[in-house]
Unconditional design. Structure first.
Length: 337
């Protein structure tokens, strides 16, 4: 657990210092999650070793809880700091990008981990993180839609071969919102419990109202920009990790079980630590309840990305470059299936 804790909490501490002290700490946080992360992925052993079985608790859960709780003051404090007069414009821009990358890569990955945990308190904390990022529906759409239909045409968050990211993002956001709502409505029709989208909507209204009252329109603008930046990165992660991979239809409307060949993976040790092993995506789909420190990586059976997940996400922003890098890899995988 030292690797996960040291990587993520260092970034958390740098951002906290940037909010309190500004200046050099904002630049240090930005450099840490970009230049330093890239260099460490290149210099360190390409893949961190698998954790021994049974070593993920309780330290893994404690770290997730700490990161989930730290997300709240960083997000709302960040919006207020960015709206205030105390930071020069270049420092504000550096702080905005550093915060946005943290929310997109660490908070999103951690919330994803929390909503898969068995404890109600942990799941609610993960849902709260998504709600504060104005993306609460993901807490429903991810487990009830994506994990059921990943790598099939029924999943709005699985990118098709040849589909550019920007077209995918519009389809995935609206599709996951709609399909998550319908999945929860069907479940609630049987149980009689309130629909969770009410809580997601109310939480979003409270966040927007609270930020506006505390910091005015300027803080609201920065808050919405941070949320959009974080959402963009989550959609990029979905796009990269399932691009072009499909499950065989075994009968009309029925699909083969999800396997290691249906997700892209990245073995890079530093950014995998930063994102709580989210790039070990195949094993997560095969074992959704397995805590992040215990996720495994099998190079022989799992499709591997040519670069780390953040680098591939950046490449996906330019669809022609992405397709030139990835379409032949997908074709080779399909030919060997």
């Amino acid at each position: 657990m030292f690797r996960f804790a040291s990587i993520t909490l260092t970034m958390t501490a740098l951002l906290a210092a940037a909010l309190l002290l500004g200046g050099a700490f904002a630049w240090a946080a930005l450099a840490y999650i970009t230049v330093f992360a890239f260099a460490m992925d290149r210099l360190a052993a390409l893949a961190a070793p698998d954790a021994p079985a049974g070593q993920e608790f309780p330290a893994g859960t404690t770290l997730s809880a700490v990161l989930g709780l730290a997300h709240l003051p960083l997000l709302f404090g960040g919006a207020l700091a960015l709206a205030g007069p105390g930071l020069a414009t270049p420092v504000k821009l550096a702080l905005f990008v550093a915060l946005g990358l943290f929310f997109g890569q660490v908070s999103n990955a951690n919330a994803h981990e929390l909503i898969h945990r068995p404890g109600r308190a942990l799941r609610r904390l993960g849902t709260t993180v998504y709600v504060t990022l104005l993306f609460g529906h993901h807490a429903s759409a991810h487990p009830r839609v994506h994990h059921v239909w990943a790598a099939t045409p029924r999943d709005p968050n699985s990118a098709r071969l040849g589909e550019g990211f920007w077209r995918f993002a519009l389809r995935a956001w609206s599709g996951s919102f709609r399909e998550g709502y319908l999945a929860e409505a069907a479940l609630r029709a049987r149980s009689g419990r309130p629909h969770p989208y009410r809580a997601y909507g109310l939480g979003a209204v409270l966040c927007v109202t609270g930020v506006t009252l505390a910091g005015g329109v300027a803080a609201l603008g920065w808050y919405l920009a941070l949320c959009a930046y974080a959402q963009l990165q989550l959609l990029l992660s979905d796009y990269v990790q399932h691009y072009g991979l499909t499950r065989r239809e075994t009968a009309p409307g029925k699909w083969e079980p999800v396997g290691p060949q249906h997700s892209w993976n990245a073995p890079h040790g530093f950014t995998s630590g930063l994102m709580l092993n989210a790039p070990r995506h195949s094993d997560h789909h095969a074992n959704p309840a397995r805590a992040y420190p215990g996720l495994r990586l099998d190079r022989a059976r799992m499709p591997m990305l040519p670069h780390s997940l953040p680098v591939m996400a950046s490449l996906a922003l330019i669809p022609p470059l992405w397709r030139r890098r990835m379409d032949r890899r997908v074709a080779r995988l399909r030919a060997s299936a």
